[in-house]
Design a protein around this ligand. Structure first.
Ligand SMILES: Nc1nc2c(ncn2[C@@H]2O[C@H](COP(=O)(O)OP(=O)(O)OP(=O)(O)O)[C@@H](O)[C@H]2O)c(=O)[nH]1
Length: 536
């Protein structure tokens, strides 16, 4: 009986590994569209990825995954192998990719967390100080990242050729040849291995340059902050693909707008076209673009006039405006840019120039928006924005007749941590819990820092018993994490209150009930999860 159970467990682990790897490869491939653009090679690779996932989902009877994979297969058949699909089709494909990510990202719904960890490619660490490397490894293990330590570069090289890691962490003190050996290893691979470099001493500019040439994604210096290192590595494993960019094309000529849209669609960018400049404001509100691509001369008003109207509104003060026009007079181009614009591209346009300019502007704007919505220590949504997210989710749950849970989390006896180790060590614990929470929830869940040591999670389409089991799992795992505070190993726990949205309940009442449940968890001895009572 025991043997059968262990075989069953092995099978579950095996299935977890395969499905997770395949889903990840599919999500990555979709994300790569922005860089490689729609072409035959990409199309074939992506289609193969979808086929493999469909087979696995069928074999292991994973309904939601199978549904998403089949939807993608149908959409791929509608798309043309040589021509990028239009924005509407791209949006449908993106939705199906998100469904794949979602079906695999709440690890404890169907797949045990150990399966996910063992399915992940490892991180190889090469450190002079083995003790430090072992301690980093044990922190990584808590985040589901398998790490292997090497003290000699030869052994590391052999391991890399045997199994390619997801990333490497290299202490530059291990290498005498200014990282030449890493550059040599990277030559074996078309897709370079991300490397985090570390140096106790401030590195020379030559070392930094070598690191950049070896695909160094970060260079950490001084006393190693395992939280910062984990943060860098966790992002490499993230299942979430970035939301595709959205560009509003304002041009009175439908054919010119269509040409620009088509070019942007090749890079997976969603587009909307407005031919009547007077309808531009409504389109801005409904489409919420990451950039506006605008003609200079339109009936009724000019591009620069429209740009100034956009800038009159504080919420659109920073949205990038790029002119796309046949105007060749450089003085007029500069004048247009100085009147609220950001860039000028001349028609007939070069596809590559258009895509690169638009992507650069969109990326900067997204980063800016991201920073404004998030708390700087934890990178989680700030108080105002998590509440906004809760309000939107409550409305969506009512409209779709779906269950919605709201969880409030508060670190136990946090004052004692601050008092014993200082405020900056307290901050480190807050950052560790945030990173942990970001790892453990679905892409569709929203996590925020509610207050100092208090966090909130919005869980759409989640039943209360599932939310309770999930939060209990997260609580238990987090309590096992050992924090290095001022040379001491310290364990920290949290308490949690969960409320499930009842019919016609608003966000305020829901958060108040979750808060009451949290209070009960504290009163019941802390380090536990309490479900709120249903409102009478
Ligand atoms: N380090 C750090 N501490 C913070 C931050 N925000 C709030 N705090 C501290 O968190 C502590 C919270 O203390 P209390 O509300 O008494 O609660 P507690 O000690 O966690 O005890 P219980 O919640 O009852 O388990 C206070 O000492 C705050 O100063 C922050 O951003 N960083």
């Amino acid at each position: 009986m025991q043997e059968k159970q262990s075989q069953l467990e092995d099978l579950r682990q095996f299935f977890g590994r395969r499905v997770y790897q395949q889903a990840r490869s599919l999500v990555n491939s979709w994300g790569a569209l922005q860089d490689v653009h729609w072409n035959e090679v990409w199309y074939r690779e992506f289609s193969t990825s979808v086929e493999k996932l469909t087979r696995l989902a069928k074999r292991y009877n994973l309904t939601s995954l199978l549904h998403a994979a089949e939807k993608l297969t149908a959409l791929l058949q509608t798309a043309n192998i040589h021509n990028a699909p239009n924005s509407a089709l791209l949006e449908q494909m993106n939705e199906a990719v998100n469904q794949v990510a979602e079906a695999c990202s709440r690890v404890n719904d169907d797949v045990p967390v150990q399966s996910i960890s063992s399915g992940r490619k490892p991180v190889y660490l090469c450190f002079r100080n083995q003790e430090l490397a072992e301690s980093v490894c044990s922190t990584l293990a808590h985040f589901g990242i398998p790490g292997y330590v090497y003290t000699e570069t030869d052994l590391l090289e052999q391991s890399i050729l045997h199994r390619m890691p997801a990333a490497m962490v290299i202490d530059v003190a291990c290498s005498d040849d200014n990282l030449q050996w890493i550059a040599h290893i990277q030559q074996h691979f078309s897709e370079k291995i991300p490397v985090v470099f570390y140096s106790m001493q401030e590195p020379t500019i030559e070392s930094r340059l070598s690191a950049v040439r070896c695909n160094g994604i970060a260079f950490l210096t001084g006393k190693l902050d395992s939280g910062e290192l984990t943060e860098r590595l966790v992002s490499i494993y993230s299942m979430q693909s970035d939301r595709p960019f959205r560009v509003l094309v304002v041009d009175d000529s439908q054919s010119q707008a269509a040409a620009a849209e088509k070019a942007l669609n090749y890079a997976g960018i969603f587009t909307r076209n407005v031919t009547d400049p007077m309808a531009m404001l409504n389109a801005l509100d409904s489409f919420n673009p990451d950039a506006v691509l605008m003609d200079m001369y339109m009936p009724g008003c000019t591009g620069p006039e429209l740009a100034q109207i956009i800038r009159q509104q504080p919420k659109y003060d920073a949205v990038p405006i790029i002119y796309l026009s046949a105007e060749s007079d450089i003085k007029k181009q500069l004048q247009a840019v100085s009147l609220g614009g950001d860039d000028f591209i001349t028609k007939p346009f070069d596809k590559g120039v258009l895509i690169t300019t638009v992507l650069n502007r969109c990326r900067r704007y997204r980063n800016l928006k991201h920073q404004l919505k998030r708390d700087s220590l934890t990178k989680l949504l700030n108080h105002k924005n998590i509440l906004q997210e809760l309000e939107l989710s409550v409305e969506a749950a009512a409209a779709n007749n779906q269950s919605l849970c709201f969880a409030m989390i508060d670190i136990d006896h946090f004052k004692k941590v601050n008092d014993a180790y200082g405020h900056s060590m307290g901050d480190r614990v807050i950052a560790a819990l945030s990173l942990y929470l970001r790892q453990r929830f679905r892409v569709t869940d929203s996590i925020g820092r509610y207050g100092g040591e208090e966090f909130a999670v919005v869980l759409p389409a989640t039943r209360p018993e599932v939310a309770e089991a999930l939060l209990n799992d997260v609580r238990e795992d987090f309590s096992k994490l050992v924090h290095q505070l001022d040379g001491e190993e310290v364990g920290v726990t949290f308490s949690c209150g969960i409320a499930c949205c009842t019919e016609q309940e608003d966000a305020i009442s829901l958060s108040q009930r979750a808060d009451k449940a949290l209070y009960r968890a504290k009163a019941n001895g802390r380090n536990c999860v309490e479900l709120a009572e249903i409102q009478s």
